[in-house]
Design a protein around this ligand. Structure first.
Ligand SMILES: Cc1cc2nc3c(=O)[nH]c(=O)nc-3n(C[C@H](O)[C@H](O)[C@H](O)COP(=O)(O)OP(=O)(O)OC[C@H]3O[C@@H](n4cnc5c(N)ncnc54)[C@H](O)[C@@H]3O)c2cc1C
Length: 467
């Protein structure tokens, strides 16, 4: 088994340049709702989370890839070190940097939350999916749940006591989510019996938390076909009163990458005993509600791309400074000339600058989206026209961020292997894992073609084309 050492590195100077010099985060600090935050506090949290990611999460990356998740007696066992990393993450509070204070978060601007999320995803992208999905599910219940549901679930999820998932995909309903056939049958007490199979569910089962709260799209009796007939349900793995809620793991997938993330087949109600709660009070609102979590997750996939691409670039840069091979190009026919680090070769420099440009392009795009999110919050209720403009920019940028970042990340990782030469093809260096991990980014959370359809079919015509 690989040694548990950290191989992750990030470029904090670049991140600060984007935050302050390009997107002027400092102009927002000190103003409501960010009155608790100043430049010093932002710099401190960036330094702290980066150090934490290198110390506590980075060492789990290689081991997580090699050992992967295992299904033992119907339960998923995560790789060595994941449980300790989870506990340390929630004890430090670093997953909730920009979460609302009423839910135990630090209330930082979204830009700061995303800057720190880059470190968690870069240190171990498979591990970071468990807390990422949990925050998304908690925010979904906070936004659309009844006050009782918010009270029952949200705090326990933001605190890391319980985890969360998103359950859309079924064997015949992938990109075509509206083809889902999972059933929700209303019971006299107002709850629903859930029956059906979901596939490819990330973090669908694991040993990191006491319970897992599944957010499940299902169709009530008599509901119309397609996405309009889907409702959203809260389905705990274990009943809150104790005992199984008839959610079983049908299997886990063996994948090309993100091996530390459990990708599960989940069977709901095989014995007719799976109980779900409708989110809110209205049926057939599921797809629009789930879109909140999907938008959040699509930004999250963009961050995954940025994080892994940046890590791959920096690994290649370090290697290029150390590896000596051949003389300088001006003396290339002189066998007695001193050997130089490969970074001095023009073609290696071309590859490095190409990678750097792509990584910085992704980061600029993502932090632009964040800057609009923060300005929308700042202006809400003060200048509604400007707030609507910023919201429109966010809506427009979500599919672009997801698709551009994921496509570019895979290319950057491929170039990183090329910079390493033969060494990059070996497991001794992290770049081959980065390449395998990054391929999924353009597929899940809606393939990049689905993002293109979202951009052209939904986002461009919004607000009469004013976005
Ligand atoms: C590792 C992993 C983790 C995942 N995690 C989750 C999760 O947590 N929760 C969850 O619900 N799902 C999850 N998924 C499922 C994922 O979101 C789907 O795989 C994805 O949406 C694509 O669906 P599909 O695999 O059925 O491909 P298909 O929908 O069959 O698509 C195959 C190809 O056809 C293209 N295509 C499909 N429809 C159209 C169209 N109308 N026009 C043009 N092209 C089209 C697609 O772009 C793609 O290239 C995960 C998948 C994987 C592999």
């Amino acid at each position: 088994m690989a040694k548990a050492v950290n191989q992750y590195r990030a470029d904090l100077r670049e991140i600060r340049f984007r935050l302050y010099e390009q997107f002027h985060l400092d102009e927002l600090l000190g103003q409501p709702p960010f009155e608790e935050w100043d430049v010093e506090a932002v710099d401190m949290i960036i330094d702290e989370v980066y150090q934490f990611a290198c110390d506590k999460i980075g060492p789990t990356n290689r081991v997580g890839d090699e050992v992967g998740c295992r299904l033992v007696d119907g339960k998923v066992i995560t790789p060595p070190g994941f449980k300790e990393a989870w506990d340390a993450l929630y004890e430090a509070g670093y997953r909730n940097v920009s979460a609302p204070e009423e839910h135990g978060g630090a209330g930082a601007p979204f830009s700061v939350g995303i800057a720190t999320e880059e470190f968690l995803a870069g240190a171990n992208v498979a591990f970071a999916m468990y807390p990422g999905l949990t925050v998304g599910a908690a925010e979904l219940i906070a936004a659309f749940g009844t006050p009782e549901q918010v009270g029952r679930y949200v705090h326990n999820m933001f605190s890391g006591k319980w985890a969360g998932t998103m359950c859309l995909t079924e064997p015949h309903a992938g990109s075509d989510v509206g083809a889902a056939t999972t059933k929700a049958i209303k019971q006299p007490d107002g709850t629903y019996k859930i029956e059906g199979t979901k596939i490819f569910i990330s973090a669908g089962d694991h040993d990191l938390t006491e319970n897992i709260i599944h957010m499940v799209l299902a169709r009530t009796e008599g509901a119309p076909p397609g996405t309009k007939g889907l409702s959203l349900f809260i389905v705990p793995r274990d009943k809150l009163t104790g005992g199984s809620n008839d959610v079983t793991v049908g299997g886990i997938e063996h994948k090309m990458g993100i091996n530390g993330s459990a990708t599960c087949v989940l069977n709901f109600g095989e014995n007719g005993n799976c109980v779900g709660e409708l989110v809110g009070t209205e049926e057939c609102r599921g797809m629009s509600q789930m879109f909140r979590m999907m938008n959040f997750a699509r930004i999250g996939v963009g961050v995954q791309g940025m994080a892994v691409a940046s890590a791959a670039y920096l690994a290649a840069l370090d290697y290029a400074k150390e590896r000596k091979q051949g003389p300088h190009v001006s003396k290339w026919k002189d066998p007695t000339a001193p050997k130089v680090p490969i970074i001095q070769h023009p073609d290696v420099r071309r590859m490095l600058i190409d990678m750097k440009a792509r990584v910085e392009g992704i980061r600029a795009l993502i932090l632009k989206l964040c800057a609009h999110t923060d300005r929308e919050r700042l202006l809400a209720g003060k200048d509604d026209e400007q707030a609507a403009y910023h919201k429109g920019q966010v809506d427009l940028l979500v599919p672009i961020v997801k698709a551009y970042s994921s496509d570019q990340a895979f290319r950057v990782c491929e170039t990183a292997i090329q910079v390493f030469g033969g060494a990059g093809y070996l497991r001794d260096h992290p770049v081959e894992q980065y390449l395998r991990d990054s391929k999924i980014f353009s597929i899940y959370e809606g393939t990049n073609h689905i993002q293109a359809m979202d951009l052209v079919g939904r986002k461009l015509p919004q607000r009469g084309g004013a976005n």
